[in-house]
Design a protein around this ligand. Structure first.
Ligand code: PBG
Length: 342
């Protein structure tokens, strides 16, 4: 070696190994690893779910989701501004009414909490960041189901879809850029599209929770929206055993006019996400759900896993499997930490 020069070498190859293919060369430094990285996670690809509760004086922590709160209207506005500032794609709003009833009346009250929240956040962020809303009844019903019930206690598909369409129109009137029907009722996308178009909101997009599974990983979300579910959602959400059924649901939502389709949950369903990615040419989103968040937070709090690495790896895995956009409770933290602006 010439003095003063810094050759880049991992040591001599053993004799007899000349020409050995060494994939490790592309992993030798952070610079080369970064150059060949196939997937990135950028703030513009992340959506922050936010909860807002009616009549709250102070933000209320959600015990099973450390770091996540039910917002007041004021703190929600600030969270929306922070999301825009950090270059996030958008925020997904969930409203928690003071009074819940069997029909979920709060959902179609023009002065209901979610409608008022959409207006407040849109007023705050303008078009700098997308204001998205959950179109579903489970936050509003006292029985916790995603729809209204028939006399025999099953979820009434068609009556529920009519309410979703009314909700979506209210959200659009309040300034939502995008509505996200998450109730898994048949025909919900078509009904919402028709109502939005008829009511003058042709540009409001629909992100369909197309392949949504009946999952245990929504557990902490129940606390987040102060909901206690009677029974389960197996008659409308999908069986975790199925993937072809997911592709069928996605194809239906595309045909009904969805602008984006979503797979949910994310981590246990990366195969579904990859299959959906290949099956459609629409943008695909994935929801890194409350239970996935809680697992990482709980293990990290015990010192059992490295928190930030686990978060980064989680988001990267979801992107690698094919998600264009990821809904995640870590969106703001990740965006601030990654330092990548839009
Ligand atoms: C339905 C809805 C749920 C979630 C998002 N939208 C609950 C459910 O379907 O049971 C779950 C999100 C999460 O767990 O983070 N309004």
């Amino acid at each position: 070696p010439v003095a003063g020069r810094r050759p880049f070498a991992g040591g001599p190859a053993r004799s007899g190994t000349e020409g050995l293919v060494r994939p490790r060369r592309l992993r030798t430094t952070a610079a080369i690893r970064s150059m060949v990285a196939e997937t990135t996670v950028q703030p513009r690809q992340l959506i922050l779910p936010l909860f807002v509760a009616e009549g709250l004086a102070e933000p209320r922590p959600i015990t099973s989701m450390p770091g996540v709160v039910q917002h007041t209207l004021d703190s929600l506005r600030r969270a929306g501004a922070a999301a825009a500032e950090a270059g996030l794609a958008g925020v997904m709003l969930f409203g928690i009414p003071e009074e819940k009833d069997a029909r979920g009346s709060g959902a179609v009250d023009p002065n209901g909490i979610l409608t008022v929240a959409i207006e407040a956040v849109r007023d705050e962020v303008g078009d700098d960041c997308l204001v998205m809303s959950d179109v579903c009844l489970d936050e509003f019903t006292d029985h916790g189901h995603c729809g209204v019930l028939t006399d025999s206690g099953v979820v009434d598909n068609d009556a529920t879809v009519e309410i979703y369409a009314e909700m979506a129109s209210l959200h659009a009137a309040a300034g939502a850029h995008l509505v996200a029907p998450s109730g898994m009722m048949d025909g919900q996308v078509a009904a919402i599209r028709a109502t939005l178009d008829a009511d003058g909101y042709a540009d409001v997009a629909i992100m369909a929770y197309a392949a949504k599974y009946a999952s245990a990983f929504y557990g902490p979300f129940r606390e987040a929206v102060s909901s206690s579910l009677q029974g389960d959602r197996k008659t409308y959400q999908q069986d975790p055993a199925n993937i072809r059924e997911a592709l069928r649901e996605v194809a239906l939502d595309v045909a009904e006019g969805a602008d984006l389709v979503m797979v949910k949950p994310a981590l246990g369903y990366l195969d579904v996400l990859a299959a959906v990615r290949h099956a459609v040419d629409l943008p695909v989103a994935a929801y890194n759900v409350s239970g996935e968040y809680a697992m990482v937070e709980a293990a990290a709090a015990q010192g059992w896993i490295e928190r930030e690495r686990a978060i980064d790896e989680t988001l990267l895995s979801i992107r690698r499997a094919g998600a264009d956009a990821v809904l995640t409770y870590w969106a703001l933290e990740y965006a601030r930490r990654s330092g990548v602006a839009r």
